[in-house]
Ligand binder design. Structure first.
Ligand code: HXC
Length: 285
């Protein structure tokens, strides 16, 4: 069933701004990344989403395609971002079937709540491998296509349709440290550092690399997983959003559209925190 625009995209964006653009997204069947991709597809892009679960990924791709008549959305399931060869194959297929890769979203993540005492070395490594190495693998696999896109669509201040963009989906846990999230905090700190470095190394080729950091967003897997921490800690953490509410997936999608649109051409190496200032509060993330 088609999801109404009001659930994944604000009215402010103009239809067609991403015509002829292709987005490659890991974790694309998840609640946040699917909204990001759905918004881009609505505005003209075609897409390739990657996931571990084949059925979930393929059915999400078909559902995202309903955002715009005539769109092409490929779902490649059964892939693991820990294997760079999986991603290289998927990127090659995306480029072959859709004509290239202009935008990349590295969104695949792994998370569970555990005190350091309950984390085995393998548990810690697993999250580093999914989040940090998985993001690196995604970057490695898509870079040749992003470079090509940036060459064809230069970010020179006058071109109205640029290409060669990457967004890593991160978290704010490591800004202050967070109980039960040592593994994810360490992993996401690495992702932030990777993005900043990519921004500097590939900026000269016209590529931008930025982070989006979602806060507590309603209806997401992250909230479902971290919700149990609330119960453990007397509900303290999520009650302190200065804006007085949780976020919406559409608010993450809007940030994504901004960074990939020409309005974001000169934004590079940045961290866009979309959390209503939750992390800045005492006891916040
Ligand atoms: C302690 C745990 C554990 C837990 C797993 N492990 N769960 N340790 N507490 N709750 C340990 C296992 O015992 C094992 O260590 C090691 O982790 C690897 O577990 P596997 O199950 O073999 O790994 P794998 O099948 O690859 O699963 C990875 C996973 C899993 C991260 C553990 O949860 C997963 O695949 N999740 C993917 C989906 C996901 O997490 N999405 C959340 C995204 S939300 P030993 O020593 O026993 O071998 C998000 C938060 C955003 O990122 C927050 C925004 C507010």
């Amino acid at each position: 069933m088609a999801i109404p625009r009001s659930e994944y995209l604000s009215e402010v964006w103009k239809d067609g701004i991403f015509s002829n653009k292709v987005v490659f997204c890991t974790g694309g069947a998840g609640s946040i990344c699917s909204a990001q991709v759905r918004a881009l597809v609505h505005l003209g892009a075609n897409a390739c989403i990657i996931g571990r679960n084949a059925e979930k990924t393929e059915s999400m791709a078909a559902n995202i395609a309903t955002a715009r008549a005539g769109s092409r959305v490929i779902g490649i399931g059964g892939l693991d971002v820990r294997k760079v060869e999986d991603l290289e194959e998927a990127a090659a297929r995306c480029a072959k079937e859709l004509g290239g890769i202009d935008f990349c979203i590295a969104g695949a993540a792994g998370n569970f709540l555990s005190p350091i005492s309950g984390l085995s070395s393998n548990a810690f490594r697993t999250v580093i491998e999914i989040d940090t190495i998985g993001s690196f693998n995604t970057l490695k696999a898509t870079l040749p296509y992003l470079i090509e896109s940036a060459k064809k669509n230069p970010n020179n201040g006058t071109n109205p349709s640029t290409g060669g963009r990457i967004i890593f989906v991160s978290a704010s846990f490591h800004f202050k440290g967070m109980a039960l999230q040592a593994h994810v905090s360490a992993a996401k700190a690495g992702v932030d550092a990777l993005s900043a470095t990519a921004a500097i190394e590939y900026g000269p080729r016209g590529i931008t690399s930025n982070i989006i950091t979602p806060g507590p967003i309603m209806g997401t897997e992250g909230m479902a997983r971290l919700g149990s921490r609330d119960a453990e800690q007397s509900g303290a953490a999520f009650k302190k959003v200065p804006l007085g509410r949780y976020g919406l997936v559409k608010e993450i999608a809007d940030g994504t559209v901004y960074l990939f649109s020409d309005a974001g051409n000169f934004v590079n190496g940045e961290v866009l925190v979309i959390d209503g200032a939750e992390w800045r509060t005492p006891g916040g993330m």
